[in-house]
Design a protein around this ligand. Structure first.
Ligand code: SAM
Length: 241
């Protein structure tokens, strides 16, 4: 079976391949939602699966931030980019930081990497356990089975002066997972072109089941159809007192 490398060996290309993404605009939208739904008094924010820290770069203007991710390579990049934020390597399925926050966020479909409903339920409980009463949870999910379209070819490119990247893929559905082998061609100055294949297995979780888990975890929750990215939606929950 092919292994996922994106958040390990391929971490150095992550920001290039996602250079099109509007992290600033998304952070501003998340901040507005937090302002609308947060009932607690503080401003401590935990971003789970923070990756290279691109949202935190903006969130730190408004919140006292902590970022966690289970990839050391991603955390190393985040730490060198974003000053004034605490970072730690931690797995969201077993998260236990021993403190509570006013906001917990998990964006860009990272929650899908927990893969199974059992892990999803456990992860949502962990998020809730890290929230103060009146605190807000913001989760941007991956696609559901009904709005995911497998088999369609995709290509993303990065055209820098000293590095060019082409990433192509198709995907399939197996059980409740989308499975995508991302093929990377990376060309750099004076080096052989590298071909790398990176497998992503991501849970296609049902919206109603996710909402149910959030309610059971003590959250008053809403699903917003128009979230940050097209067709992905957004869950926003407030921790009940
Ligand atoms: C699509 S990236 C999103 C990163 C970042 N939130 C962003 O918006 O750029 C998914 C992230 O989830 C992280 N991740 C995957 N499984 C995880 C887990 N079980 N616990 C914590 N982080 C995880 C990966 O290392 C990666 O950084």
């Amino acid at each position: 079976m092919k292994k996922s490398m994106l958040y390990k060996e391929l971490a150095e290309y992550y920001d290039l391949i996602y250079s099109w993404k509007d992290y600033k605009g998304e952070a501003e939208k998340v901040r507005r939602l937090i302002d609308s739904y947060k009932m607690s008094d503080g401003n401590e924010l935990l971003e789970v699966a923070c990756g290279t820290g691109r949202h935190l770069q903006y969130m730190k203007r408004w919140f006292d931030c902590t970022g966690v991710d289970n990839s050391r390579s991603m955390i190393d990049i985040a730490r060198s980019r974003v000053k004034g934020v605490r970072f730690a390597v931690a797995d969201m399925t077993t998260l236990s930081l021993g403190r509570k926050f006013d906001v917990v966020s998990c964006l860009f479909s990272s929650i899908g990497y927990v893969k199974s409903y059992k892990n999803l339920n456990r992860t949502i409980s962990n998020f809730s356990a890290h929230l103060k009463n009146g605190g807000v949870l913001v989760v941007e999910p991956w696609f559901t089975r009904s709005n995911y379209h497998p088999g369609i070819p995709h290509m993303t490119t990065y055209n820098g002066k000293h590095i060019k990247i082409a990433r192509v893929n198709t995907s399939k559905i197996v059980g409740d997972l989308s499975i995508t082998d991302m093929h990377y061609l990376v060309a750099r100055d004076h080096r052989e072109v590298k071909h790398l294949v990176d497998r992503h297995e991501i849970g296609l979780f049902d919206t109603r089941i996710t909402l149910q888990y959030m309610k059971e975890a003590g959250l008053d929750v809403r699903y917003l159809k128009n979230g940050l990215m097209k067709d992905r939606g957004l869950f926003v929950g407030t921790k009940r007192s």
